[in-house]
Design a protein around this ligand. Structure first.
Ligand code: BGC
Length: 499
């Protein structure tokens, strides 16, 4: 090859190498730019979800103020503060066999509880869980209640004491119905609206115990609804049965809510309400709580707008299990749209607890969920780390806001320690009574990170001295068992009940 030719080849190779290099560099620059954009979005999310203790205290105050407003007049607040008509809680003397039906999430449960007449002596408990077929959640009243009544009938017949020779007299049922209900008595009430993805138009405005009793009659089941309660009220009943210092109950699962024991003279919207105990359980329906102090992001706004109940259940949409995964998905979708980090938009809701709690160095569980659930393979490690961070930010906000909600209740009833300050004594010296809050729901019981963030915030808001007197106690199947206990407490004929 002549010299000229050699030079020409060398130049061509050099030009080609430069071109490749500039493509590679260009790609790197673009990819760095995109990654910076992703990090900016993450930062924006962190700022938007920030819950420093000062802000949490504002939420606490707002919760207490709204509780007052909701008790003062009907429609006085987004917090409905619904009367439960439960003015006495089980005291341990309950005896007999009672049934409960617990409807309110993705599953429903039927229970049979045998009570021994001494506090803490639940002799036996049979529980059966069934998923609610998705189509029934948006079907008709008759379809939903017939399905439940059939299942209950089968359960009753299967579980019948072998000693029973003939069909016993009418059974007493505690019905846990975990949606906002305007109670008309301890055993009846009208559905105000559906939440948590249920949407059966012909039940709204109807008497729910009647819907169930009619279905039970259609199925030939001889049972009476002795008590109709929210799941929080059932949980409070069991909590109080096991520990008399229990003053409130909180559910944090698919949805979220709280109830507590209130003095009747504080229930101003119900002038002249008299109960022998001087108190009544109030179902707050705190899922609908709203305050300008809540840290709201564009993802919350979008989620709300696309939900079947826009402008409703604002607090619930920041806290409850039904929504956290969807918030995370929206964040990831935005990141993907702006910087193409996944190659395709995540269209399914990820399982955030499993991803968040993946402690393997390679984040293998995150990779598996992306591959198998979201159908997005080969997500690089740095992107998997980013996903975990997004889960963390969203869950941390949820846990901390739930803690603020709980302290809001304690403040309302004077159990946050602030009421005990007397001349010259510091807050930590204030006398604080042991205060138990019963708690249930999968987000709290099964999602360790969520629970830890909640506890951490509770201590931050209250201070360690006060927080040590506040005990969050998990009850098991309290929503249903508590309803059976209340059925016993309110049974028209506790002696007649199945023994
Ligand atoms: C409902 C409440 C219920 C809570 C927890 C909310 O969506 O409105 O009535 O207590 O979920 O199940």
């Amino acid at each position: 090859m002549g010299r000229v030719a050699v030079v020409a080849v060398t130049v061509t190779v050099a030009v080609a190498a430069c071109a490749v290099a500039s493509v590679v560099v260009g790609r790197r620059v673009r990819s760095r730019r995109k990654w910076r954009r992703v990090l900016a979005l993450l930062e924006e999310l962190e700022e938007g979800c920030d819950t420093p203790v000062g802000r949490l205290r504002q939420v606490v105050d707002a919760m207490a103020v709204e509780m007052h407003a909701g008790l003062a007049s009907e429609g006085g607040s987004k917090l409905k503060m619904l009367l439960s008509f439960v003015d006495r809680l089980p005291n341990g003397s309950e005896k007999g066999t009672y049934y409960a039906l617990d409807l309110g999430g993705t599953n429903f449960r039927v229970l049979r509880v045998q009570l021994g007449g001494q506090r803490s002596s639940i002799l036996e408990k049979d529980v059966e869980r069934q998923p609610i077929p998705q189509h029934l959640m948006t079907s008709t009243s008759e379809n939903l209640f017939d399905f439940i009544a059939s299942d209950l009938k089968e359960f009753v017949e299967r579980e019948r004491d072998s000693s029973e020779t003939s069909l016993p007299r009418r059974r007493e049922l505690g019905f846990t119905f975990s949606f906002p209900v305007k109670q008309t008595s301890v055993s009846s009430g009208i559905l105000i609206k559906w939440t948590k993805g249920f949407h059966i138009e012909d039940v709204v405005g109807r008497e729910v115990s009647e819907c169930l009793e009619q279905a039970m009659a259609r199925k030939g089941l001889n049972m009476r609804v002795a008590i109709l309660v929210n799941d929080t009220v059932g949980t409070l009943a069991l909590g109080h049965y096991l520990d008399a210092d229990t003053v409130a109950a909180v559910i944090i699962g698919t949805g979220t809510n709280a109830c507590y024991w209130e003095r009747t003279d504080a229930i101003i919207k119900c002038q002249g309400l008299l109960t022998s105990s001087g108190g009544m359980v109030i179902n707050m329906e705190w899922g609908n709580f709203w305050s300008s102090h809540l840290p709201r992001t564009m993802y919350d706004i979008e989620l709300d707008a696309k939900s079947p109940n826009p402008n409703d259940q604002g607090f619930e949409k920041m806290i409850a299990g039904m929504y956290l995964g969807e918030i995370v998905r929206r964040v990831l979708q935005r990141m993907s749209q702006e910087a193409d980090i996944f190659g395709t938009d995540p269209s399914k809701t990820p399982m955030i607890a499993a991803m968040h709690e993946d402690d393997s160095p390679e984040l293998a569980e995150v990779a598996r969920i992306f591959r198998e659930v979201l159908e997005i393979p080969d997500v690089p490690l740095k992107v998997r780390k980013l996903v975990v961070k997004v889960c963390d930010v969203v869950t941390r906000r949820a846990g901390r806001l739930a803690a603020a909600g709980i302290v809001g209740i304690l403040k309302k009833i004077g159990r946050d320690g602030s009421g005990g300050i007397t001349g010259g004594r510091s807050r930590s010296d204030a006398r604080m009574r042991r205060t138990v809050v019963a708690i249930e729901g999968g987000l709290y019981t099964s999602y360790t990170m969520f629970r830890e963030y909640l506890h951490e915030a509770l201590i931050e808001i209250l201070g360690e001295d006060i927080a040590q007197h506040v005990i969050l106690k998990v009850t098991e199947d309290g929503s249903g068992t508590g309803a059976a206990l209340l059925a016993a407490t309110y049974s028209s004929n506790s002696v007649d009940s199945v023994q």
